[in-house]
Write a protein that binds this ligand. Sequence first.
Ligand SMILES: Nc1nc2c(c(=O)[nH]1)N[C@H]1C(S)=C(S)[C@@H](COP(=O)(O)OP(=O)(O)OC[C@H]3O[C@@H](n4cnc5c(=O)[nH]c(N)nc54)[C@H](O)[C@@H]3O)O[C@H]1N2
Ligand SMILES: Nc1nc2c(c(=O)[nH]1)N[C@H]1C(S)=C(S)[C@@H](COP(=O)(O)OP(=O)(O)OC[C@H]3O[C@@H](n4cnc5c(=O)[nH]c(N)nc54)[C@H](O)[C@@H]3O)O[C@H]1N2
Ligand code: SF4
Ligand SMILES: [Mo]
Length: 738
Amino acid sequence: MNKTVSRRKFLKISGATIGLLAASGTVGSLVKKTNAFTEKKKGGVNGIQKIPTFCDLCFWKCGAIAYIKDGELWKLEGNPEDPLSNGRLCPRGTGGVGAMYDPDRLKAPLIRKSERGKEQWVEVTWDEAFTYIADKMNKIKADYGPEAMAYFVHGIGGNFIKHLMKAYGTPNITAPSFAQCRGPRDIGFRLTFGEDVGSPERTDIKNSKCLVLIGSHLGENMHNTQVQEFAEMNDNGGSIIVVDPRFSVAAGKAKYYLPIKPGTDIALLLAWMKVIVDENLYDKEYVDKYGFGFEQFKAEISQYTPEWAYAETGIEPELIRASAREMAKYRPATLIHSGRHTTWYGDDTQRSRAIALLNALMGSWGRKGGYFYPAMMSVPGYPYPPYPKPEKGKVDNPGNTIYPFATEGHDTITNGVREATITGKPYPIKGWFTYGTNLMYAMPNQDETIKAIQNLDLLVVTDVLPSELAGWADVVLPESVYLERYDDLNVELFREPFTALRQPVLDSPNEQKPNWWIAKKLADKLGLGHFFPWNDIEEYLSKRLTAAGLSLDELKKKGIIRGEKKPVYFEEGVPAEFNTPSKKIEFYSLQLAEKGHDPVPKYTKHQEPPSGSFRLIFGRSPVHTFSKTQNNRILADMSDENELWINHNAAMRLGIKSGDYVRLKNQDGVVSNKVKVKATERIRHDCVYMTHGFGHNSKMLKQAFLKGASDSQMITKYKIDPLMGGTGMNINFVTIEV
Ligand SMILES: Nc1nc2c(c(=O)[nH]1)N[C@H]1C(S)=C(S)[C@@H](COP(=O)(O)OP(=O)(O)OC[C@H]3O[C@@H](n4cnc5c(=O)[nH]c(N)nc54)[C@H](O)[C@@H]3O)O[C@H]1N2
Ligand SMILES: Nc1nc2c(c(=O)[nH]1)N[C@H]1C(S)=C(S)[C@@H](COP(=O)(O)OP(=O)(O)OC[C@H]3O[C@@H](n4cnc5c(=O)[nH]c(N)nc54)[C@H](O)[C@@H]3O)O[C@H]1N2
Ligand code: SF4
Ligand SMILES: [Mo]
């Protein structure tokens, strides 16, 4: 796992982590090492200042307090007022100090001076960069229309550039968090209950008496509130059921652990539902009152016996029955977790729908210990002028004819935009503007991404580090890190309404600038200045806050303002309304049937690894986020490479042991960097596992360069979900090159 923090501690996460780092001298020595870098802009205030803000090491957005000591960032702690962090950051959040003091940070805008991909640029002024971008964007608009620009974005920091892109006139705004992450889950739940699970998830983990995790590896997936609540329900003696081909951290807490054959979860879910229906273990009153099409559903699933599922999943029929009965024992406080990163096999919306239906049988939607009804503070948006209406629709899914359920309200599908960039159909895409996303890691099949980039007239990458994607850019824009800037307000659906502020705790050391400034200045160059009628971000924030009856001064002091708690369960008076066509929970979906899809999920077999090969599966390192933290010296000190989990018998047959280095070769002949072997009983024989985000090949990431292997590089094959266009990525096979 990692060197300094034990497995147990991850579930007991606390502010202790930073104490641990500080005690080992890590923070201090790192800060010293990079002093030259920070010398230019010291805060100049003696003594300790405490400034509240919110974390950006991942998108959970925990409230944090930055401690500034003698003008330098000393440490980050959780803001006790914040319902997301409850006063405690996860290990990554405390390591935010290392993001700020990363010596490899981008320092000035860059314009490419050689062939694409050669990583040769010249430093330019911001004005030169904006002039270059505006000329190209105006030419693209004149030649192809504004729709030919696409914006790839991840995170709240991208909001102002998103506004600029809408003002410019493109509908092609896209994020990997849909088609490479939680899209199938949200569509699967929406088809069933009429609503998304959302982020942060509406999972009432702390009150659940039985928690079922299907691949959701909480404890390694460190989304803060979820891990805290998971620890709490575990401490309260809650029953835990884990389904995972790998004995995860969560599996170590489980009463029932089901080591499933990868790709067969729908078979297990169908068999579970059959047992629960046949044995009358479901919440009959709830299903009668709120359900639609239950009899058709019942007839459809009657074929899926535990004995049948055993042949598919490898899970003993008695274990299927016992775990189904265990779930029913605690209903409605039985939470079958929706998962989050659900783009696995291409039938993911249907798997998510099966998970939603199992929850419906438990009566857990809208109930304590299940899925609560979240609330949000009412903070009006800025009163901007209306956007121009694009003449052409979104490029990925014209008229929703290709992916019927990736409908309005969702961003464009990343892979759909990439495909259109390659083919020029249904119309050409000639410019990509990116913010906070490393598409070389986030999207499957890097060759296709490169092919698309080669068709572009303009690629602008906005990042804090010289990422692999930046390596292909025409213009690289260096952003201030989150601790050096204001961002848009965080107003989200959660257990209780709140508004949180990200504010600068120190100045940027070089020429880096915040996203709002970048958007506003570029808008001026593009003749779109009237879409940014405010002079600076504080004016923008004040206007929004005043309209909500809140004050920027108060928010600056507290970091967060909480609203009044509202009822969150049906029992507390929340009306049970379902935004589906039948206005009920859809056990049988007419919408799916109408579009030629299965109205009740069906099981289809997936290809199995050829003999001698393993399925490549992947997940999260508890101390890293995606591909964005491996260069962070503090986090690298805890874990600086990933490991290849391989079943110990398989390792023995291959003549390899823990600590050896091997390479992977996938079905298309792509060979990985070297990766350290972890031979273990804790994984099935038919798959190998590694954490995502390692194996960087950008030379300018001096810490992360060639440390470990990259799952993204191995994922050349993907299977598209016909319902919503997501890319199932768990379908790649590898052999081990000793
Ligand atoms: N192979 C594979 N692919 C995956 C996944 C996987 O597990 N394996 N996971 C999928 C999932 S669940 C998700 S959500 C997506 C995530 O996908 P992305 O959000 O694209 O994540 P990263 O690839 O880490 O790219 C983040 C980029 O943002 C930059 N960055 C960091 N801080 C800032 C900042 O303050 N400002 C700016 N402008 N840039 C910043 C980082 O340096 C990095 O280059 O990936 C998906 N793709
Ligand atoms: N530390 C940390 N935490 C994070 C993130 C991070 O980057 N770092 N990213 C956040 C984000 S954006 C997301 S989306 C989540 C992702 O985290 P989750 O949604 O929890 O999980 P996944 O990445 O989908 O799944 C990984 C797990 O699924 C198992 N698995 C693989 N194949 C199968 C299968 O066929 N069936 C079953 N049942 N299990 C399988 C793997 O062994 C592994 O344990 O994590 C979030 N939390
Ligand atoms: S979960 Fe961790 S990394 Fe994510 S926002 Fe919270 S403290 Fe930061
Ligand atoms: Mo994600």
